[in-house]
Ligand binder design. Sequence first.
Ligand SMILES: *Cc1c(COP(=O)(O)O)cnc(C)c1O
Length: 436
Amino acid sequence: MDKIEVNEWKEKLPLIKQMMAREEVLWLNPLVESATTGIPKTGVTIENVQDASDRLKRFAAYIERVFPETQASNGIIESPLTAIPAMKAALADEYSTAIPGNLFLKQDNALPISGSIKARGGIYEVLKHAETLAIQHGLITTEDDYAKFAEPEFSALFAQHKIAVGSTGNLGLSIGIMSAKLGFDVTVHMSADAKQWKKDMLREKGVTVIEYADDYSKAVEEGRRQADADPSCHFIDDENSLDLFLGYAVAGERVATQLQEQGVTVDADHPLFVYLPCGVGGGPGGVAFGLKLAFGDHVRCFFAEPTHSPCMMLGMMTGLHDQISVQDFDLDNKTAADGLAVGTASGFVGKTMEPLLEGCYTIADETMFTLLKKIADTESIRLEPSALAGMTGPVHSIRENREGANSENATHLVWATGGGMVPEVEMAAYYATAKK
Ligand SMILES: *Cc1c(COP(=O)(O)O)cnc(C)c1O
């Protein structure tokens, strides 16, 4: 985008000036509409999500067999929903803003297998690909016991097939771990910001890791190019995958059950507000879509992005989606928030969420670190910086009193997206950074 166009956008949308100054801002989506009219516009259906949910149930016997840490949940990969009253008090104090409703943390940092939200979509897409191949080769039918996937004739088949993905780290972990377990020949194309321990962990599990000196978009582009040249290779396209999106969307019905179990009502008088850290958009988009299917207009979803990487916010507010990048607006896409250092959003997710998303806001790295320390101190919950991006959401929606957010009847749910695999020394370093 040239200078003239950038100046035109700054005139048209004054918020962009604040974004270019890296201020923390809130943008409310003028195109949001009722779920009844909005959901049909997306082209994604409740049947699509149900199909994904059923597939994950079929695979539960296999998951339980090969990942014993999932035994307690019978092979269903799910995370706890935790009330965080001490953090609620700390947050209210930090922002001098009363938080009258409930505050919950959705602890995807504690998701089994890969310790981040990527254990939803990423693992789902690999399982779906494995199922498709196994059915094609007559090894299984959907009526069989899927624990069979652990048997040698399956890994022999998958060894002849490749899986590739481009990633800033966490998607690579989830795709790499799952693919390697099934026996696939898997390659992860890692951007420059990916952490060394993630590359080491993947290589230990037999995953091929290719490193790039450039950012996420470059790693994805190069991965896609190499995979396109090889018909035996399935490329997991984080920028454009319906399967990833559906894997994430299954979270909607699961959260509905968990809220019910905790005695939390969600209806017209008891609204639910959900705050989701956003990188390329698939994770938060899929989860928000699933929540809309479960709760309709009674849930309001916000995306949270670093002040240096607000790609989804720029894409949605200009309507240009994946046709622009944060670099067009002189932002450097540098952030300590793993998974959120994305300069160009998914066009598919941006367009899909246009009628359903309440808004987006940005958060500075310093704020994420401050909150990282606060939740460790108040609730003894250790998260990675990106997982804190959702935490200022309640403050934004309460100050706006958006759709009853500033009410005792409201429930605020902050989606903590990762941290479960972070080594102890790295975690200690995050905490030390926050202290300074
Ligand atoms: C990937 C990731 C996100 C965002 O998911 P996208 O699908 O990239 O938008 C948020 N938090 C963490 C920890 C992640 O790894």
